[in-house]
Write a protein that binds this ligand. Structure first.
Ligand code: E4P
Length: 218
């Protein structure tokens, strides 16, 4: 399972990268705004900074909602750095743009996916990644994990190579449950990765080992 971090915060990205388990980064316009990154030039520079920190794929989202605009923006994003993946919304023109980019060998991440039918369309358009938003479904009392399971079944039925990128992950149990279902990738905040480290018995056990070592070596 690949671990992506879902943020535009360079410190968080560097911390996850330093842990040695980071496979990539996803961003979106809201995450960029949260970091105060505004204006086309600053946003493009920020993507380059992210690519300099991580080794893996970095999703950069288009703002345009029409096919021509998405193609223009996506081509500029893809030209920025070989690690850039063009992130496209799941609307008709987004699917057309996904097909356009996949035919050209440019990686894509189809985002804002909330149903199995949408995920099927993204796979047929040749998406590299499909991003079902499980946390946002949970937020409205709908079973987000079930969506991941349904997409897994559909993709396995036909051998689609599109990778399921479980997005809108909120906590460690989302990560564990997605791993059980067989999601190819998860993207979440730093806390959803570092939270996996935590177990009180690990801390108690380590303290005991160190105390016993100290006693034996006094
Ligand atoms: C996906 O790529 C999105 O950036 C993200 O996971 C959305 O998460 P949120 O629902 O926590 O905003």
């Amino acid at each position: 399972m690949k671990f992506f971090i879902d943020t535009a915060n360079l410190d968080d990205i560097a911390e996850a990268q330093a842990l040695g388990v980071l496979d990539g980064v996803t961003t979106n316009p809201s995450l960029m705004a949260k970091e105060g990154i505004t204006g086309e030039e600053n946003i493009l520079n920020h993507y380059k900074k992210i690519c300099d920190i991580v080794d893996g794929d970095v999703s950069a989202e288009v703002i345009a909602t029409d096919f021509d605009g998405m193609v223009k923006e996506g081509e500029a994003l893809a030209a920025l750095h070989p690690q850039i993946v063009v992130k496209l919304p799941l609307i008709a023109d987004g699917i057309k743009a996904c097909k356009y980019f996949s035919d050209k060998g440019i990686k894509t991440n189809v985002t804002l996916v909330f149903s199995p039918g949408q995920a099927l369309l993204a796979a047929k358009a040749g998406a590299t990644y499909v991003s079902p938003f499980l946390g946002r479904l949970d937020d409205i009392s709908t079973d987000g994990l079930n969506l991941i399971a349904e997409i897994r079944q559909i993709y396995d039925n036909y051998g689609f190579s599109t990778e399921i990128l479980a997005a809108s992950i909120r906590h460690t149990m989302h990560v564990i449950d997605c791993a059980k279902i067989g999601s190819d990738v998860m993207t979440g905040p730093l806390s959803s990765i570092t939270g996996l480290l935590k177990h009180p018995l690990t801390d108690i056990g380590l303290a005991k080992f160190l105390a016993d070592y100290k006693k034996g070596n006094e």
